[in-house]
Write a protein that binds this ligand. Structure first.
Ligand code: MLT
Length: 213
């Protein structure tokens, strides 16, 4: 665990420096340890930068405040997305990292979506698992150099399908190359998320060694 930059985080250097680094962003109640195994499965050998959200909700780390489930404090979303983007910039200096691919789950996927809308140069694409629209009225942004995978759960009790569809439409309208997959599952992550993410990376980025799949 490293505390010397502004966010508590863990960093695993690449064994395959040809792969994009991956920024891991956990869900509500998670921490910087949670998604490391997922990152290793989805992009084996990539550098992993895994961050702990700085907001506490009843002791559970998050990346921004919410007023109720699915109702976000948008001023806080904006502030925290900018702070996280600044941290990624500082990590670039500290670890010599290129702009990372975001891999976020739930609340972590939502802060990744907010960073894309507010500070797009911070990221080099993203895999957003169970994401929602983070900002009702985002600023105009050019995402034409971003490839994004959105994976939703058909039976997700937290995220109505229309909301994730709206996010996909918002990102597509901003020029991103968006792939949206709806899996026959709920909010929890499953092996199908790993498979879909690996396939997408192999197809879109040619960065996954599929011979080890
Ligand atoms: C959120 O950001 O609040 C998510 O969509 C739901 C959650 O993290 O529980």
């Amino acid at each position: 665990m490293a505390r010397d930059l502004s966010f508590i985080h863990r960093f695993e250097p690449a064994t395959r420096p040809d792969l994009a680094p991956v920024l891991l962003l956990h869900g509500t109640g998670g921490d910087e340890n949670d998604l490391l195994p997922l990152g290793r499965m989805i992009s084996p050998g990539a550098a992993l930068l895994s961050v702990r959200g700085q907001v506490l909700e009843h002791g559970m780390p998050r990346f921004f405040r919410r007023l109720a489930e699915g109702v976000f404090d948008e001023a806080d979303v904006i502030r925290r997305a900018n702070e996280l983007a600044d941290f990624v910039g500082a990590a670039h200096e500290a670890y010599g990292l290129a702009a990372p691919l975001a891999l976020g789950y739930s609340n972590g996927a939502n802060i990744a979506a907010a960073m894309l809308l507010l500070r797009p140069a911070t990221l080099q694409g993203g895999i957003l698992l169970r994401a929602m629209v983070p900002l009702a009225q985002p600023p105009e942004v050019d995402l034409s150099n971003q490839s994004l995978l959105l994976v939703s759960g058909q039976h997700d009790p937290i995220i109505p399908p229309a909301n994730s569809e709206r996010l996909a439409a918002m990102l597509t309208k901003a020029g991103a190359d968006v792939t949206r997959r709806v899996l026959p599952i709920g909010h929890q992550l499953s092996q199908a998320d790993v498979t879909v993410a690996r396939e997408w990376l192999a197809r879109d980025k040619a960065t996954v060694d599929i011979t080890s799949a």
